[in-house]
Design a protein around this ligand. Structure first.
Ligand code: AP5
Ligand code: MG
Length: 221
């Protein structure tokens, strides 16, 4: 059976940072709905144009659109080896849809890795985040700058601030998380899938805790 893990948690907690490292260690497909939407925005597809109005206001893109996009991504062969889902699901409807999509291929979610941190830590991190406009590599203006200002170390692309990283939109995204996504904590806990990771630790410590939780999941099934 392939491995399916969710990286779950509030905006700015470090889901993308950790997924970038874990996907290499674990050889799983990293499927981040935020990244998929940003690809569509860049290509100016109809889905990208629809998503922009939600993303730039910090709102969730409607479930049917998001679920359809993930279903399409799950037809790619690399997802057969297992997936690290980042930023999906974010609503109960999305979680139910994911369980069904996985069940249809004889699979299930192994663990939900819930990374959490206080709001002031999230605001601080989002306020300093920088992102490569080409490959999505994540930087931080205070703690993790690219070697050459605004030039991505990985691909040479331009490192920018995400359009939804303005102070107002950051606050809104955290509010939306607390209203619409936090109910999933109970949802996954009731299903025995939730492991909580303290996200205010250093990147290396969070990574170690995640690997530990994944190893434990592999042993206990
Ligand atoms: P999305 O791109 O998923 O954004 P998000 O959930 O708001 O999460 P972020 O990407 O902002 O944070 P992160 O946890 O990945 O943190 P990161 O690693 O970058 O979604 C964007 C939008 O798309 C949504 O608002 C919505 O509109 C739409 N969307 C996406 N999915 C959707 C869905 N399922 N349904 C509907 N709509 C959806 O780290 C942040 C910063 O902190 C970085 O600078 C990093 O260097 C730093 N950092 C990370 N970890 C640490 C650490 N341990 N110590 C110190 N610094 C750290
Ligand atoms: Mg992210």
């Amino acid at each position: 059976m392939a491995d399916y893990y969710l990286l779950f948690g509030p905006p700015g907690v470090g889901k993308g940072t950790q997924a970038d490292r874990l996907e290499k260690t674990l050889d799983l497909a990293h499927v981040a709905t935020g990244d998929l939407f940003r690809e569509h925005l860049k290509k100016n597809t109809p889905l990208g144009r629809l998503a922009r109005s939600y993303i730039d206001h910090g709102a969730l893109v409607p479930d049917d659109v998001t679920i359809g996009m993930v279903a399409e991504r799950m037809t790619d062969p690399d997802t057969q080896k297992g997936m690290l889902l980042d930023g999906f699901p974010r609503t109960v409807a999305q979680a139910d849809a994911l369980s069904k999509m996985l069940a249809d291929r004889g699979q299930k979610i192994q663990r939900v890795l819930f990374i959490t941190a206080p709001k002031d830590v999230l605001i601080e991190r989002l306020g300093h985040r920088m992102t490569c406009s080409n490959c999505g590599t994540i930087y931080n203006a205070q703690t993790q700058l690219p070697k050459n200002a605004r030039v991505c170390d990985v691909c040479g692309g331009e490192v920018i601030q995400r359009s939804d990283d303005t102070p107002d939109t950051q606050r809104k995204r955290i509010e939306v998380y607390l209203e619409q996504t936090i109910p999933l904590v109970d949802y996954f806990e009731q299903r025995g899938l939730l492991v909580t990771i303290q996200g205010e630790q250093s990147i290396d410590r969070v990574y170690d805790d995640l690997l530990h939780a994944i190893e434990a999941a592999k042993k206990t099934g």
